[in-house]
Design a protein around this ligand. Structure first.
Ligand SMILES: [Zn+2]
Ligand SMILES: [Zn+2]
Length: 301
């Protein structure tokens, strides 16, 4: 049975009508992964009182007196008479004097339905989906709330991960929130700021069906803004050892050489001096620097 246009409904005059469009808010993660969302809609259904017969129970409809039950009327005010649907019985041929009081003689009422909407993975903001609810067409528009953490680019997601200075210098691990689960990053010693780590296949599901995009993590090194006196002192010691300073470091006077006592303070049995074989730091200097960093940051964190 074909549903009536919603404008036929008396309730439509009061702002009630079968739902034609639903707006569904989904979070970034829900949209990326796909999820089920519950929505409530109004559908036309047979009036429970008259079972859709439009007549008050115990009464019967009569033959339409206006069209004699034909369902058509003839408009004769023009040269050629026009046959058209009877205005009184709307073509049914039946005139109902005792209209069902529940449905105002419409035979149908609005009923609430709860729908589980399968939000497709990787759905985009303002994407619309058409669903069929008991023969009635319904459009669902998804509103994807933007995330302050995730950024989407095609099938890839991008996030920032803040690591400490010592993590970046010495390496380590960091936990980051992924689309599907928490991810543990292995940070290599000497990780640069703004370098990226790619987690393959941890992005969005491709609609073309070929696997998943990637999760790209942008490393941001957080430079400590406030150091304890001890951290400051160790940082200065590190600065004294730093051999690639372009310019000067506040509060640090570069010395040519460390005394043996000073060197043994930081790294027993390790020579702190550059071995002079190349422009790069000697392994001893690197070890010493790591040692300083460990003392500088790890103890206070
Ligand atoms: Zn009814
Ligand atoms: Zn009629």
């Amino acid at each position: 049975k074909k549903a009536k246009a919603w404008t036929d409904f008396p309730e439509a005059d009061f702002g009630y009508a079968p739902t034609q469009e639903v707006h569904c808010a989904v979070s970034f993660k829900e949209a990326a992964r796909g999820c089920d969302k519950q929505v409530e809609v109004l559908v036309q259904e047979d009036c429970p009182k008259c079972n859709g017969n439009r007549v008050e129970p115990g009464r019967a409809g009569q033959t339409c007196p206006f069209c004699d039950g034909v369902g058509l009327e003839v408009i004769r005010d023009q040269a050629i008479p026009i046959r058209t649907t009877c205005r009184v019985c709307k073509g049914s041929g039946v005139y109902i004097y005792y209209k069902c009081t529940n449905c105002f003689g419409m035979g149908q009422v609005l009923g609430k339905r709860r729908l589980i909407v399968p939000v497709p993975a990787a759905v985009e903001d303002m994407q619309t989906m058409r669903v069929d609810v008991e023969g009635q067409e319904l459009f669902i528009t998804f509103h994807v709330t933007s995330s302050t953490y995730f950024r989407r680019e095609g099938w890839d997601v991008h996030t920032d991960a803040v690591v400490s200075l010592s993590q970046a210098v010495l390496g380590g691990t960091a936990k980051v929130e992924g689309l599907y689960s928490d991810e543990h990053l292995e940070l290599k010693a000497g990780t640069d700021s703004h370098s990226t780590i790619k987690l393959e296949g941890k992005g969005l599901k491709r609609i073309d069906g070929y696997g998943y995009g990637d999760h790209i993590i942008h490393i941001k090194i957080e430079i400590p803004k406030k150091l304890s006196p001890k951290q400051t002192s160790l940082m200065k010691s590190f600065a004294e050892l730093e051999d690639n300073t372009r310019g000067t470091v506040d509060g640090v006077v570069k010395r040519k050489k460390w005394t043996d006592d000073e060197a043994s303070d930081y790294s027993a049995k390790e020579s702190p001096y550059n071995d002079g074989t190349s422009g790069q730091s000697s392994p001893a200097i690197v070890r010493l620097a790591k040692n300083v960093f460990k003392r500088l940051f790890l103890r206070n964190s």
